[in-house]
Design a protein around this ligand. Structure first.
Ligand SMILES: [Zn+2]
Length: 167
């Protein structure tokens, strides 16, 4: 994805208030992110570990989603989990259940969408081998990196559609 700035990010959020988008903690290494290798920008809020954020390009515009981390990351948590975006299987709580409030009327009524995601939201880097999953639990797949990236985009698009489509 193209490099984006703090103001791009803060303006992109669709499922939280403008005030929340203004206050949320940005990645400390924003300028150093490997943009060419990112399918989306995802990070844990440095000031609030129970929150995570994801910004992706969709239909030519940026869509930012605020997520709550509801499980994973705890010490001694050994269950295996598979990320629903990159399909990397990881242990030790490295995959966390994250929920996003839906937009519009559904969100106002408290409706959320939950997905298991890599706890650090670095799916793009795992797929490209730039970051190793903690425990070697990856599926032995014959897909090329390009095919895995295409699948990640499809999974991400479906997740964003679920958050932003009413009904
Ligand atoms: Zn992932």
């Amino acid at each position: 994805m193209r490099a984006i700035t703090e103001s791009d990010i803060r303006a992109s959020f669709v499922n939280c208030s403008k005030g929340e988008a203004k206050r949320l903690g940005l990645p400390r290494d924003l300028d150093a992110r490997p943009w060419d290798d990112l399918d989306f920008l995802g990070w844990r809020d440095p000031g609030s570990p129970g929150r995570a954020h994801l910004v992706a390009e969709r239909g030519g515009r940026l869509v930012g989603v605020a997520l709550r981390v509801t499980s994973g990351g705890g010490r001694g948590f050994t269950a295996r989990g598979m990320c629903s975006l990159c399909l990397t299987t990881r242990t030790g709580g490295a995959v966390a259940l994250m929920t996003a409030r839906r937009t519009g009327e559904a969100g106002r009524q408290g409706d959320t969408v939950g997905r298991y995601l890599c706890g650090d939201l670095d799916c793009s880097l795992y797929l490209r081998g730039r970051k190793e999953s903690v425990v070697g639990g990856d599926l032995q797949e014959s897909l090329t990196v390009e095919e895995k990236v295409a699948r990640l985009h499809a999974n991400l698009d479906a997740f964003l559609a679920k958050i932003t489509t009413s009904g």
